[in-house]
Design a protein around this ligand. Structure first.
Ligand SMILES: [Zn+2]
Length: 234
């Protein structure tokens, strides 16, 4: 945990399988930052909220059951709810004084427009960087259908020469599993479509706010991608 008088925000974007989670973990470990992982805190909410529960945001109700259905089929959860949960997470982390790296936020234009002003207010625009990890559709499908996560802390293990024969998590030794449903080829196609249609427009918005994304080729080994990200965020 590194405290800094000028904590930074790095927003990592990329299609499923681009290695956002892995790279965010590397940044968090190397620099003592906090990793804000949308898929993790949303999955936590999905799995710990009773299905009949509902949240009211600006006069609309969002039931956990509806969100659970979307989650399981690869469709993005409703943006107002995601933005609400994300902003809570960012406010909580700002108190710690740590820099943050996000993987998978913002997912939609709504989410970006709702949460970016808060990030500006809490961190200052000059301390925010945007990185786009680029990977082809075929690369995305291949990597996701071969991806595993550990059973203890859900560390992602991407498929590669160094990892294909692993049976235990390199970080904590727990068993490696496939994510049920979410990484099936059919679900990945839906997630890719969602990324192309709903997440990509976020880049234009960020650029209009003075935050152009820096492109990084994600089709390299994790350590090369990590080097390129460090260059990209200066
Ligand atoms: Zn692990």
């Amino acid at each position: 945990m590194t405290r800094s008088s000028n904590p930074r925000v790095v927003l990592l974007f990329g299609p499923p399988g681009a290695g956002k989670g892995t790279q965010a973990e590397l940044l968090a470990e190397r620099f003592g930052w906090s990793h804000v992982e949308s898929s993790k805190f949303l999955e936590h909410w999905i799995t710990t909220t009773p299905s009949e529960a509902r949240v009211e945001i600006e006069g609309n109700f969002y039931t956990a059951q509806d969100q659970q259905k979307k989650w399981e089929t690869g469709i993005l959860m409703d943006p107002p709810l995601v933005a609400y949960l994300l902003k809570g997470e960012v406010r909580r982390l700002r108190e710690t004084g740590q820099s943050i790296v996000t993987s998978g936020a913002f997912r939609t234009l709504y989410e970006a427009q709702s949460a970016l002003p808060l990030a500006f207010e809490l961190y200052g625009k000059e301390n925010i960087r945007v990185v786009s990890l680029n990977l082809s559709e075929d690369g995305s499908v291949f990597r996701n259908s071969h991806r595993r996560i550990c059973s203890l802390l859900r560390h992602p293990v991407l498929y590669g020469e160094e990892t294909k024969n692993l049976t235990a998590c390199p970080l904590d030794g727990s068993l490696l599993l496939k994510r049920k449903g979410l990484d099936d080829p059919e679900t990945i196609r839906v997630r890719l479509r969602e990324y192309n249609e709903r997440t990509k427009p976020v880049f234009q918005y960020l650029e209009s706010q003075g935050l152009p994304a820096v492109d990084v080729n994600a089709d390299q080994t994790p350590s090369r991608v990590f080097e390129d990200i460090q260059k990209a965020i200066g």
